[in-house]
Design a protein around this ligand. Structure first.
Ligand code: GUN
Length: 291
């Protein structure tokens, strides 16, 4: 069994980008500038956004963190987005999800200039992705493709089961892996909360992407020998033995599934760090497209 080490691969990618940025600086070019908008103070979202901003600093990007209170109105957030769209110094920006309930997520995502939408969530960019046109790929699915590619996991003709149909992970993942591309050309099945005989389907899978949002849902009896398992889940599970009172769990029961898997991602240290690396890659692309 091989661990798909997202931490290591993401560090390799960040080093590659850092080198590129040094070259830009040496030539007197403007370095990429990412802005992140965080509304409210959800603990997990704060952790993710801070990690994104810190990663920018480490590789030589400029970054701006915009923190807005939980009670921010939709109108105020739209105004902030308009500012970022028109600020020539900002190459790309993200609005961290989820948003408080008074704000319509789709309305917000549609307000972002598609050329600065480094999350790849704007309908124009989702459409471009679905039509195999060049665009910003959503960072988590993009990170999974990159991880499979760098470990030379064969995907062509394989049965891939994507668990979950979220706009951020499941839906784009299922589209990307069925496309003619590296880490693609797969036969993709999407399963979700209404799927019948789910374990019968997962047992047929050569590759499983678990993004269902239920901790330790996928167990060893639901997979076949030598399966490749990508765990996208990250949930805080109460654990009295830990100092902070919780442990991080994925959607996969690592102990039982890793007994059968040929490749598996750990949580933490698998998909999470890859998401950040690909966001940086998209920001670099945004900068290059603008120059
Ligand atoms: N919330 C969970 N994942 C993501 C992501 O990739 N981007 C944004 N903006 N919000 C998220």
């Amino acid at each position: 069994m091989t661990i798909l080490d997202g931490k290591k691969v993401s560090n390799d990618i960040k080093e590659e980008i850092a080198e590129h940025v040094s070259g830009m600086k040496a030539k007197g070019e403007k370095v990429p500038h990412l802005a992140a908008v965080l509304v409210g103070s959800d603990g997990a979202s704060m952790t993710y956004v801070n990690a994104k901003v810190k990663a920018c600093e480490r590789i030589g990007f400029e970054s701006t963190l915009i923190e807005l209170p939980e009670y921010t109105s939709e109108e105020e957030l739209l105004e902030k987005i308009n500012e970022l769209n028109t600020n020539d110094d900002i190459d790309g920006f993200i609005v961290q999800l989820p948003l408080p309930e008074q704000i319509d997520e789709q309305k917000i995502l549609m307000a972002i200039d598609p050329d600065k939408d480094v999350d790849g969530f704007h309908p124009v960019n989702v459409g471009r992705m679905a039509l195999d046109l060049p665009t910003f790929l959503p960072a988590t699915p993009y990170g999974i493709l990159e991880l499979l590619e760098r470990y030379q996991v064969e995907t062509s003709g394989k049965n891939v089961v994507v668990m979950g149909r979220s706009h951020i992970v499941g839906r784009p993942m299922s589209i990307l892996m069925s496309q003619k591309r590296k880490a693609g050309d797969a036969t993709v099945t999407v399963v979700h909360s209404r799927t019948k005989n789910l374990a019968e389907i997962t047992k047929q899978a050569d590759i499983i992407v678990a993004a269902i949002g239920i901790s330790e849902f996928l167990t060893g009896d639901m997979v076949k020998e030598d399966v490749v398992v990508i765990d996208v889940g990250i949930t805080r599970v109460p654990d009295a033995t830990k100092k902070n009172g919780y442990r991080l769990a994925g959607d996969v029961d690592f102990a039982s599934v890793s007994q059968k898997a040929s490749y598996i991602t750990p949580v933490p240290g698998g998909v999470g760090p890859m998401t950040i690396a690909m966001l940086l890659k998209n920001t670099l692309l945004a900068r290059e497209r603008r120059s």
